[in-house]
Each structure stands twice: as structure tokens, then as C-alpha cells.
Design a binder for this molecule. Structure first.
Ligand SMILES: Cc1ncc(COP(=O)(O)O)c(C=O)c1O
Ligand SMILES: N[C@@H](CCCC[NH3+])C(=O)O
Length: 417
């Protein structure tokens, strides 16, 4: 994939925008997204599956900024959501409910009601109790709910255990061995319309074999369903394709599609996909400023103005994310630093043992931060959340203003007596 964050004139640029200028104008910490990056990654999936009727449903949880959703909606993207909040965002950003699928194990009655009223494409059902609940809400509204069952194929995605979702001990989906019976139950409920099968086995997968294993199992289920006269219109193969953070070599969308081609050809199925990270991850960086250099007997620390509340991945999964100086000091010797934030936890680090030539006041860019960056951020330590900027060639667009300290407590009330 082409890199939209590159060194030019001795400093890091986002497309045609200097990140130094951007930080000077908007301050730090700030997320910066590249429109061209988002578009290229989305199109790579769309092209890869062009041999089949298909719909790329971007997983909103990866990055739900309205400007990001809007860029993808303009390309004709569908969306994979997991909450009413995400559905509201999709609609506010100009996305279409008819191209939206609703995943997640804990859909509330209110969320199901809202999704049915907006007319989403499909509910990806994750349990028998949810199936019954969707049916009840549909009966109440006098509507028919389109559904697919998310099956759990018991395949090891070979990824971090917190983001593996397709093993039988994970909370997701309905065990593939039970799926036939659940489909039979679904077709007996008059306010449900069974249209699909769905399967998502995990995130940050770096090889195709778990996808292929899962697909083989799901296709066998589709054949078994056909024998019972239950005919499936679409197969949702989920998301999960990984990206390069350090030295991983994940398959490209084209290689991923090719690996499944032999199994999918001659099947009369619309293919749905739910990629999140592979679209947004490498289309974003987090810009942060070095506040202090602190040298101790054991370590050198670069204390920066971004923290685990802004970017949780290193603390939560011990993920390695590339950190580089926006304007490298090419004549100075590098030293080893732990890059840490101001939050009062030892787990508040963004990177450990990084070789950098930096001083206080320098700007750093944390790469591959476009997915699961801002969306997992919080106000821990009463820290206002970062600004988000979308770069589009030579233009920049404020996609979200930095929060103010006052806005953090604006909806709270103290006791009156
Ligand atoms: C149901 C579902 N679909 C899609 C995704 C998107 O995954 P990724 O960002 O790895 O493509 C996830 C997250 O893993 C998910 O849980
Ligand atoms: N939050 C995870 C991915 C979660 C995938 C959601 N199903 C990450 O940052 O890698």
C-alpha cells in the first residue's frame, strides 16, 4: 500500500501537508488522517472482490469520525456497526442504513427498535436470545427484520487473545454445530427474514489460512442449509485483515480475495466484508509533542503530551507502534527512550526502548494510529480528547475540535443543598 505519510524536505508530511505546520496551527496531541489513504484502502477491497456481487461494509468501530465515514460513504461504502451510536453517526455522515449491518453480542431492545426503524440491511445475530428479541421487536413494530446468524467456526485466528473472536471459548457468534438448528428456528419466526450467514474470527490477522479454514466451514453450513430448503443470499466474511505496524507482512486485500477465490467461485452469493483496521489504520498518525526529557539511572524517558487515554493500544495489548520524529535531528546521536504519557499509571506508555535523537519541544508521530486510536480514547485523568484533522492533498479540514477542559464536566451537576 502506498504511504501517505512520508519524509519530504527533512520532515514528515501528511500528503502535501507539513505536520510541523499542522501542529503549529492545531496543537497536540492531534490525530491526522489522510483522505487519499482511506480511499485507496477502501478501493483495494472493493476491487479485490469485483468478481462477485459484493459490499464493503467498513467497521465503524475502527474510526467513527464523521469526516472519515463521509469520505467512505461517498465511495459507496456500506458500514458494519455495533451500537445505536455508530448507526446515528453513519446516518449523520451521509451513509445509508440500507447498506449497514449490525453486529455485536449485546444489542438492546432500544437499539434493535432504532435499527429496524431506520431500515438497516441486516442484523448479525449472535445468540438464540437475541434472535427471539429481534423477532419480538419486529412483531411490535409490525416490521420484518432481515437477519443473518453470526457463526463461530472455532478457528484460531493466531492473533492477540483479546481480539480473537472465532474460538468456541469466545463470547461471539453461535457455535457452528448449533447453527442449523438456530436457522430452523429463525425461519419459523414470521417477522424474521433469513438472508445471510456471517462470520468474523478476529482482528489483525496476518495470514490467510484462518480465513480460508473458517470459510470452508461456513460454506459447508450454507450447503447443509440449502438441503433444508433454507437459501442464503449473502455471505458476510467479516473483517480482520491485519496491517503492518512493524515488520508484519499481512496479505493485501487482493491476496486475501484470491485465497478465497477457489471456494467462492460458482457460488450464487453476495459477499459482504467488514474491514476496519486495514482501511483506517495506516491512513492515520497521532502527533504528539515531547514535553520533557527525563534521564534516570535506569532509563531515559521522553514524556509526551499524548497518553494511554489518547492511544490505548500499547498499554492494552502491548502493541508495538512506530514512533518517529517529525523533523529528525540528523546530526545528533540517537539514544534509547521510553515514550511515556502524563497519566498516573506505569502502564501509560506509547513505546519502549526506541532509538531517537530528540529534545523537549520536538514533535513525534505515532504511525498506524488511524484505527482503534481515537475511538478507544477516553477522558481518564480529566484529559480533553485530542483534535482530529483530515488532510486532503494540500487542504486540511478540522474533523473534530480538541475538547476543552470545561466541556468535560458541562453535563454534570453538583448537589443543590
Ligand atoms: C464483527 C466485527 N466486524 C468487523 C471488525 C473489524 O475488524 P478489523 O478492524 O480487524 O478489520 C470487528 C473487529 O474485530 C468485528 O468485531
Ligand atoms: N481494539 C483492537 C481491535 C478490536 C477489534 C474489534 N473487534 C485493536 O486496537 O487492535
Amino acid at each position: 500500500m502506498q504511504d501517505y505519510f512520508t519524509q519530504k524536505h527533512g520532515e514528515l508530511y501528511a500528503e502535501q501537508q507539513s505536520l510541523m505546520d499542522l501542529a503549529a496551527q492545531f496543537g497536540t496531541p492531534t490525530y491526522v488522517y489522510s483522505r487519499a489513504g482511506l480511499e485507496q484502502h477502501w478501493k483495494a477491497f472493493d476491487d479485490a472482490f469485483s468478481a462477485y456481487p459484493h459490499l464493503v461494509c467498513y467497521a465503524v468501530k475502527a474510526n467513527s469520525n464523521l469526516a472519515v465515514l463521509n469520505v467512505l460513504a461517498r465511495l459507496g461504502s456500506g458500514f458494519d456497526i455495533v451500537s445505536a451510536g455508530e448507526l446515528a453517526r453513519v446516518i449523520a455522515a451521509g451513509g445509508q442504513a440500507e447498506k449497514t449491518v449490525f453486529s455485536g453480542v449485546g444489542k438492546t431492545v432500544e437499539e434493535i427498535d432504532y435499527a429496524l426503524k431506520t431500515g438497516i440491511r441486516c442484523f448479525n445475530v449472535e445468540s438464540i436470545s437475541e434472535l427471539q428479541r429481534i423477532s419480538d421487536v419486529a412483531v411490535n413494530l409490525g416490521k420484518t427484520a432481515p437477519i443473518s446468524i453470526r457463526v463461530n467456526p472455532d478457528v484460531d485466528a493466531q492473533t492477540h487473545p483479546y481480539i480473537s473472536t472465532g474460538l468456541k471459548e469466545n463470547k461471539f457468534g453461535i457455535a457452528i454445530d448449533d447453527a442449523l438448528a438456530v436457522y430452523q428456528q429463525a425461519v419459523s419466526l414470521p417477522n424474521l427474514q433469513v438472508i445471510g450467514v456471517d462470520c468474523h474470527i478476529g482482528s489483525q490477522l496476518t495470514s490467510v489460512s484462518p480465513f480460508v479454514d473458517a470459510l470452508e466451514r461456513v460454506l459447508a453450513l450454507i450447503d447443509a442449509l440449502a438441503e433444508q430448503d433454507i437459501h442464503i443470499k449473502h455471505l458476510d466474511i467479516g473483517g480482520g485483515l491485519g496491517i503492518c505496524y512493524r515488520d508484519e507482512k499481512p496479505p493485501t486485500p487482493a491476496e486475501y480475495a484470491k485465497a478465497m477465490q477457489a471456494l467462492l467461485k460458482d457460488r450464487d452469493l453476495e459477499i459482504m466484508l467488514e474491514p476496519g483496521r486495514a482501511i483506517a489504520g495506516n491512513a492515520g498518525v497521532l502527533l504528539t509533542k515531547v514535553e520533557y526529557i527525563k534521564v534516570t539511572e535506569a532509563k531515559n524517558f521522553a514524556i509526551v503530551d499524548a497518553a494511554m487515554n489518547d492511544l490505548l493500544r500499547p498499554a492494552l495489548y502491548q502493541s508495538w507502534m512506530a514512533i518517529e520524529a517529525v523533523k529528525p535531528r540528523i546530526d545528533e546521536a540517537e539514544q534509547n527512550f521510553d515514550i511515556v504519557g502524563p497519566v498516573c499509571e506505569t502502564g501509560d506508555f506509547l513505546g519502549k526502548d526506541r532509538s531517537l535523537a530528540i529534545q523537549s519541544g520536538d514533535l513525534l508521530a505515532i504511525r498506524s494510529a488511524g484505527a482503534y486510536g481515537f475511538t478507544m480514547s477516553s477522558n481518564y485523568n480529566s484529559r480533553p480528547r485530542a483534535a482530529e484533522i483530515m488532510v486532503d492533498g494540500t487542504n486540511m479540514h478540522v474533523a473534530r475540535q480538541r475538547e476543552s477542559v470545561e466541556s468535560l464536566y458541562a453535563s454534570e451537576q453538583i448537589l443543590q443543598d
